[in-house]
Design a protein around this ligand. Structure first.
Ligand code: AMP
Length: 471
């Protein structure tokens, strides 16, 4: 759960990166960082906290140069502290290089052990630092070759941006778990985890970086190394569509908003129930609730109002804070709910704590019946590819049936969208045919959090050591 952004060849590279990171803030709120290059030298500034808090005007002004990469972080591997904030920047035999990483490397623990036995000294506990060590040891003469050599040794999920003094390289793992796209603004190239950042800075969307592609930008323009490694079946993270990405982004050729609405429509077809109103859990459940209301003909209403001055409650680490957090974030509207049979739509149910609080709130505001509808299947397995999920034992659906969860949550009924329904909803949203707007990159999703089918094999014992690192 991270966002990455890069600018190559713009006089205001740091400012644009700052804005880009703002648009990607939902992908990570723990730390923010920017590395700039003036063509000769790299400089990195990293701070804990939100982008707006991390960088003030004076600091931004001091980040001079036409090349920049930035990162917002939410830790899925390594703890939350400044040494783990990115971009990571190092000096090595060929000069300086910075890296910003979104995803999770599943063989990082083994690689790190091997490198440490060989004398490597690590400055962080993040899996991403391994990539720089591998790159520094590579024998290739050019940066893209060194990057390819490093990436051939890592397994798992990565969308990456590298910056040297005068070259930028973007890379996506061969399965393309995490998103990354390319845009243009004036003469400059920009890269972003999500297209929404291009809207903000007024950049033109060009295309997505393809799974298994290395895109190199330098004084000679943009060129692609594809494939630089053994091709794999594409496995884009379906949870980006369900929850993680912003609905105003386009990814994997599709509008995230349109996919979420389609998920809601499918949900209405699979699990109808007589009711007076459909309400979303804002903000994450809004497009699916709109889809559900449209399909079912039950009127849509805002029965819950969200305060925008608190972050995602899930992010709060302490159990006690998380419980309180729901109340801090959401309040029920009696005017809308009193005496009503209510369908409440959310995108996913993880531990069940949010849903339980919400049902209590809705009943206290007069709801006569509460029917929970979830626009994805039961979350039964943790993610090892870059989405923060708790351990299996904390995932309520790993050990309880929907009816048992309904009893815990205290709602009248609780139904999930089927896996087939979810995949059909994604497929139903036709990829944008615009020649420049988007390029379609085949089929194939990772749905391991719903099925336990992990696309990258784990060696025996690797899973538990990974879990220790991740959690
Ligand atoms: P829970 O209370 O643990 O069941 O959390 C469910 C809520 O968290 C839902 O409203 C989801 O929108 C949201 N959610 C699901 N997955 C994540 C995630 N990985 N990070 C943050 N929030 C999430």
């Amino acid at each position: 759960m991270c966002g990455i952004f890069g600018v190559f060849g713009h006089p205001e590279a740091a400012n644009l990166t700052y804005l880009g990171l703002h648009a990607l803030q939902h992908r990570g709120q723990e730390s923010a960082g920017i590395t700039v290059s003036d063509g000769d030298r790299l400089r990195t500034e990293r701070r804990m906290g939100l982008v707006g808090e991390a960088f003030d005007r004076a600091l931004l002004r001091s980040l001079r140069g036409p090349y920049a990469v930035g990162h917002v972080r939410y830790s899925t591997a390594g703890d939350s502290s400044l040494p783990n904030a990115q971009p990571f920047c190092v000096e090595y035999a060929h000069g300086a290089v910075a890296v910003a990483h979104n995803g999770n490397l599943i063989n990082a623990v083994d690689l790190r052990k091997r490198l440490e036995l060989d004398g490597a000294i690590f400055q962080s506990t993040s899996d991403s630092e391994v990539i720089l060590h591998l790159l520094a040891r590579a024998r290739e003469l050019e940066l893209p070759g060194r990057i390819a050599s490093a990436l051939k040794q890592v397994e798992g999920a990565y969308s990456l941006l590298f910056l040297s003094e005068n070259q930028m390289v973007a890379a996506r793992d061969p399965r393309g778990f995490r998103p990354l796209c390319i845009g243009r603004i004036k003469g400059a190239f920009v890269f972003s985890s999500e297209s929404v950042a291009f809207d903000l800075i007024g950049a033109e969307f060009i295309r997505e970086v393809e799974p298994g592609e290395l895109v190199v930008v330098d004084g000679k323009g943009l060129h692609s190394l594809h494939p630089w490694t053994v091709p794999e079946e594409r496995r884009f993270c379906v949870f980006e569509h369900v929850y993680f990405a912003r609905p105003d982004s386009f990814m994997d050729g599709r509008s995230v908003y349109a996919v979420r609405e389609a998920l809601g429509r499918r949900l209405a077809r699979e699990h109808p129930v007589p009711a007076d109103i459909v309400i979303p859990v804002p903000d994450s459940g809004v497009p699916a609730a709109i889809g559900y209301a449209r399909e079912s003909g039950v009127p849509f209403a805002m029965g819950l109002v969200r305060s925008h001055y608190v972050g995602r409650t899930f992010i709060e680490p302490e159990e006690s804070i998380r419980h309180f957090g729901v109340k801090l974030k959401l309040n029920a509207v009696r005017q809308v709910l009193d005496g009503k049979r209510v369908i409440v739509v959310d995108d996913s149910l993880v531990r069940g704590t949010t849903a339980r609080k919400i049902v209590k709130m809705l009943r206290a505001a007069g709801a006569r019946e509460v029917h929970m509808r979830i626009s994805s299947p039961p979350t039964t397995h943790p993610c090892f590819y870059g989405i923060d999920t708790p351990t299996r034992s904390e995932l309520i659906a790993s050990s309880h049936t929907p009816d048992e969860i309904a009893r815990y949550v205290t709602c009248n009924t609780l139904k999930y969208l089927s896996r087939e329904g979810m995949m059909e909803a994604v497929d139903e949203v036709t990829p944008d045919p615009g020649p420049k707007r988007l390029r379609v990159i085949g089929q194939g999703y990772c749905d391991a959090c719903f099925t336990g089918r992990y696309p990258v094999e784990f060696a025996p014992g690797e899973m538990s050591s990974l879990r220790r690192v991740i959690n």
